[in-house]
Design a protein around this ligand. Structure first.
Ligand SMILES: [Zn+2]
Length: 197
């Protein structure tokens, strides 16, 4: 880390705490607390958590440990429905935590979430059982980001689509899509490329 803002911060990159591994990404200071990007070994979405919580053992998983413990206690029916519930719960739990950290509205319940078979944007099959967070992992999208996690504003899309969307404003997405589309149309119609004129 080059321009590390505070020499007193102990660098955690690569360390593991329970199921969480600290990713090689710069920490972020949110509400005066340094938070690190971590990834849970169950394959769920990377998230930010306070270094102090990692060291104290308070943060040990994305929430999946808690789900498993509950499941053990309840010893419910088939693995399939149990597994399905788990994935939605984990997505919900992580979103709730992000909402708290980012001070965003959070009004959804687990039952508002259902992982679809395919990403509604890219059409790729979504996996519920990735052991790493990958392009085909389901993730929650706040469609209009600043509105937060309110009913009607959340969709479960692939991590691939989420990554692309996260990095751009709507305007930028439309511009990129429009430009690429025009370029491809020109090209396939044998008019040369958009740069020729
Ligand atoms: Zn997990």
């Amino acid at each position: 880390m080059k321009n590390f803002p505070n020499k007193n911060i102990h660098i955690l990159h690569g360390e593991t705490f329970g199921r969480l591994r600290v990713l090689d990404m710069p920490p972020e200071r949110i509400r005066n607390v340094w938070r690190w990007w971590v990834q849970c070994s169950c394959g769920s979405e990377p998230f930010l958590t306070a270094g102090a919580n990692l060291r104290s053992g308070e943060s040990q998983s994305c929430g999946c440990l808690r789900v498993e413990r509950c499941k053990e206690i309840n010893t419910s029916h088939g693995h399939t429905s149990g597994g399905h519930k788990t994935r939605e719960f984990v997505l919900w739990y992580q979103a709730k935590r992000r909402a708290q950290q980012e001070n965003l509205p959070f009004e959804i319940t687990v039952t508002d979430l259902r992982v679809p078979e395919f990403c509604p944007i890219l059409g790729i099959a979504l996996s519920r059982h990735n052991t790493k967070f990958e392009d085909n992992s389901p993730s929650i999208d706040k469609v209009i980001p600043h509105l937060g996690y309110i009913k009607g504003n959340v969709a479960i899309i692939s991590w691939r689509a989420n990554k692309i969307k996260q990095d751009a404003s709507f305007e930028e997405l439309f511009k990129i899509a429009g430009w690429v589309k025009a370029w491809v149309n020109n090209f396939t119609q044998g008019k040369g490329t958009a740069c020729d004129s």
